[in-house]
Design a protein around this ligand. Structure first.
Ligand SMILES: Cc1ncc(COP(=O)(O)O)c(C=O)c1O
Length: 438
């Protein structure tokens, strides 16, 4: 069935919005074709404006841990809506949500913002204010939102100096950023040996999900925490994607809690907003105490701690019990196994990688431990694979560099739809490889 209404809407959208979308990856540019305009969502499924239904493996790029339109979350939101939508004054729900986050994670104090981008931007400002230093270190392939200083690419050759990752970011905005290869302890050690006394913070995705899922090698986050501590820099663990998703306690629950280290600052978003715009940064009490109005580092937001968003986030986190994470693991495992089997049977090189309940499928010979390796993927084969899945009613991330997300609502029926679609999609990937002579 051709996506007539989506096509018509996309044409209208392109006339009034750059690329027809409000966030680039939604435009399907990486895979070609027309993005599906969504009319509604419930449980594990999306329905587009042409009336086609899809099992959703995007989950709004992570937030929908419980599935779409979860009845209890909807009821809490509906109830909150009767009391107004924004006050610009503190509410009880903010305190409840902050306590829930403090309870699940190692952060001692937390400040709410509206997007993950704001969270990471504010965290690095706070780190700079606290340490009175200026350099920020990040890893190639890690995405922390569209903060100028963090939209930096690695410079050429062995240099760690960053270059702007997009026009519009001046060189001065990335001059104080250093970019290193992920999972590379030597590169980290060398940089800290050379410039450690100028480094305000190192920020990393707790387990990168924005180049596909690339888990930290055992002990890597611990090594980062210790290296930062040894040099008086702050360790900022970005759990916008992994937080309350990779496990009940995020990626920190998978390694930090066992290895015995604690980030100085953490950032959260996605799941903690339950599908509404809410995000946060938090951490050590002494560092957070530097934030205005208690301390001198300025940070603010008109809609920060919005009562509807905090209500949705709180309801989501309270419903995200151990049973939910066990279910995500089972559903994810079934999909991962079926994907690997289908791709193997079609001789399509691949590797499936996970960080707790978060996973992705790379169309490359594995393992993928950094961005360079992620870039060896066969993106033409992925496009064919993606479109075959879409035609069979499965909505995958429209890019080879993204995590796949399941939810508590992915029941046996939804998982079976995905499993049944995989052999045909793998065969399409094989045909695409043959066409390009791969
Ligand atoms: C790890 C990470 N940090 C930060 C962000 C930015 O969050 P937002 O899109 O809410 O600004 C994202 C978004 O995907 C993310 O995955």
């Amino acid at each position: 069935m051709s996506p007539d209404r989506s096509e018509a809407l996309f044409a209208r959208a392109c006339a009034v919005t750059p690329g027809g979308v409000n966030s680039p990856v939604r435009a399907f540019r990486a895979v070609g074709g027309t993005p599906r305009f969504i009319r509604s969502a419930a449980g594990a499924r999306l329905t587009d404006v042409d009336g086609r239904e899809y099992v959703d493996l995007v989950g709004s790029w992570g937030p929908m841990l419980l599935g779409h339109a979860h009845p209890e979350v909807m009821a809490a939101v509906a109830d909150a809506l009767t009391r107004g939508t924004s006050y610009g004054a503190p509410t009880e729900a903010e305190v409840d949500l902050a306590e829930e986050i403090v309870d699940r994670t190692p952060v001692e104090r937390v400040r709410f913002v509206s997007s993950g981008t704001e969270a990471t931007m504010s965290a690095i400002r706070l780190a700079r204010g606290f340490t009175e230093r200026d350099l920020v270190v990040k890893f190639a392939g890690c995405y922390h939102g569209h903060v100028d200083a963090l939209l930096a690419s690695a410079g050429s050759g062995l240099t760690t100096l960053a270059v702007p990752g997009t026009p519009g970011v001046p060189e001065t905005a990335t001059a104080l950023t250093r970019v290193l290869p992920y999972n590379d302890r030597d590169a980290v050690a060398d940089l800290f040996a050379a410039e450690g006394d100028r480094i305000a913070c190192l920020i990393t995705e707790a387990a990168p999900g924005n180049m596909g899922v690339v888990p930290p090698e055992p002990g890597f986050n611990q090594f980062l925490a210790e290296t930062c501590a040894a040099h008086g820099a702050l360790f900022v663990s970005d759990e916008v994607m992994t937080g309350f998703r990779a496990s009940r306690q995020g990626q920190w629950g998978l390694d930090g809690a066992h290895e015995g280290w604690t980030p100085d600052l953490m950032t959260f978003g996605k799941v903690m907003g339950g599908g509404f715009p809410a995000a946060a940064f938090g951490g050590r009490a002494d560092v957070m105490g530097m934030l205005s109005p208690e301390g001198p580092v300025y940070q603010a937001g008109t809609l920060s701690g919005n009562p509807i968003a905090t209500t949705a986030g709180l309801a989501t986190l309270r419903l995200a019990t151990d049973d939910v994470y066990a279910h995500l693991t089972r559903a994810g495992d079934a999909i991962k196994e079926a994907a690997a089997k289908a791709l193997s049977e079609n001789a399509v090189p691949h590797v499936v990688q996970s960080a707790g309940t978060m996973f992705s499928v790379f169309l490359t010979d594995g393992p993928v431990r950094d961005f360079e390796a992620a870039q060896t993927q066969d993106t033409a084969a992925f496009s064919a694979f993606f479109h075959s899945m879409l035609d069979q009613g499965v909505y995958l991330p429209p890019s080879a560099y993204e995590a796949w997300f399941v939810s508590a609502a992915h029941d046996d029926d939804a998982v079976q739809t995905v499993v049944d679609a995989l052999p045909t999609a793998a065969a399409a990937a094989r045909t695409a490889r043959e066409a390009t002579g791969a």
